[in-house]
Design a protein around this ligand. Structure first.
Ligand code: KG4
Ligand code: ZN
Length: 340
């Protein structure tokens, strides 16, 4: 008998994107709708939690309707509802979680809470099948970590940032250079036009550590700008962006390569908003291109930043593993990926 197709409806509202998607069998994108609020947060230079929650409430029904319309399906065709239950902004998470509960209750569908970072990692499965064991480098606005997976649904954090996330450092450096929020893409663009001429630190921490630290690098960039201002000198934004990016990319690449070899993985996955970074993509492709037996997988840029297709992709695995949440599910701003 032919196996029945599994359709999962995914919902993501943990930060500043209101998103919904329909995924077939965990791998095929049937519809993927993202409504960004970036314009509303830009003038504040960052995400304002209260504004984010209000936007989600205003947008979510329209995003659901558009997703079903594009898919040509209804909630009756779904096998389950998957929603980001954390980590993220609590007020923002709650909008998605409550919408998911309402739909699950109204249509008598299973409800599955998904960890946001698990979602970022599973964005890769929308491109190519995963092979285990694997190492994922997760780099986003809120997280920077190396996650080891020995099988589907199993996550071990072997290293993480002790201060700023990589994306946060990008956004703060961009702000110092008077670039709009979110600054990552602007720094990336400038870096491509500049040279690594400023001497900035590579912060590697103790010998053998897989942890990261970006606050010292960020301070070094801010000091460089202030010192130039005091001396009445011009800084070269392209070169400073290139120098900052080179430092971030060097450390991320070096630790990822070392972790992949030590854990003897078959695959390395890049995940999270900063995975859109052209310098990082090129550096990892280059480094792993020279290593036999380890494949590097990098999702297309549209699947790197927040979306619900990745949440439905991760939700499909949980669905197949029989994991369910009750209608008492809550939003968890500090949800741990090893325990969710
Ligand atoms: O994963 P994401 O969309 O949201 C979180 O879960 O945090 O990541 C957003 C982060 C922001 O800090 C943004 O500046 C950064 O990803 N980002 C980039 C690039 N595109 C987005 N950072 C560097 N280079 C990029 N091209
Ligand atoms: Zn994210």
């Amino acid at each position: 008998m032919m196996k029945k197709d599994i359709f999962i409806f995914g919902i993501e509202t943990s930060c500043d994107e209101t998103a919904a998607a329909v995924i077939k069998n965990g791998t095929d994108i049937i519809a993927n709708v993202v409504s960004s609020q970036i314009e509303s947060h830009k003038r504040f230079g960052g995400v304002v939690p209260e504004i984010a929650s209000r936007h989600h409430v205003e947008q979510i029904i329209a995003v659901f309707e558009e997703t079903l319309e594009r898919a040509g399906l209804t909630f009756q065709d779904m096998d389950a509802i998957a929603v980001t239950k954390g980590p993220g902004l609590v007020g923002a998470l709650l909008v998605g979680v409550n919408a998911a509960k309402a739909i699950a209750f109204a249509h008598d569908l299973p409800l599955i809470g998904v960890h946001h970072i698990a979602g970022h990692i599973y964005a890769n499965r929308l491109v190519q099948e995963m092979s285990f064991p694997l190492m994922s480098l997760v780099v986003s606005g809120g997280h920077t970590e190396l996650v080891y997976m020995k099988e589907h649904g199993s996550f071990e954090v072997i290293g993480e940032t002790r201060d700023d996330a990589a994306g946060e450092a990008y956004d703060k450096v961009a702000r110092t250079l008077s670039l709009p929020y979110p600054g990552g893409p602007h720094i990336d663009r400038l870096a491509a036009e500049g040279q690594d001429t400023y001497s900035l630190p590579r912060i590697r921490l103790e010998e053998g550590s897989y942890d990261f630290s970006f606050s010292g690098l960020k301070s070094a960039v801010i000091n460089t700008v202030h010192n130039a201002e005091q001396r009445g000198e011009e800084i070269n934004p392209e070169n400073l962006a290139a120098s900052f990016q080179a430092s971030v990319v060097d450390v991320l690449t070096e630790k990822t390569v070392r972790a992949a070899k030590e854990y003897d993985v078959k695959q390395v996955l890049l995940a999270g908003g900063v995975a859109a970074n052209k310098g990082l993509r090129a550096s990892l492709e280059n480094a792993f291109g020279e290593i036999e037996n380890i494949d590097i997988m990098i999702p297309p840029i549209s699947l790197c930043t927040d979306n619900a297709a990745m949440i439905a992709a991760a939700g499909t695995i949980l669905f197949e593993q029989g994991k369910r949440d009750g209608l008492d599910m809550n939003g968890h701003p500090g949800l741990d990926i090893e325990e969710f």
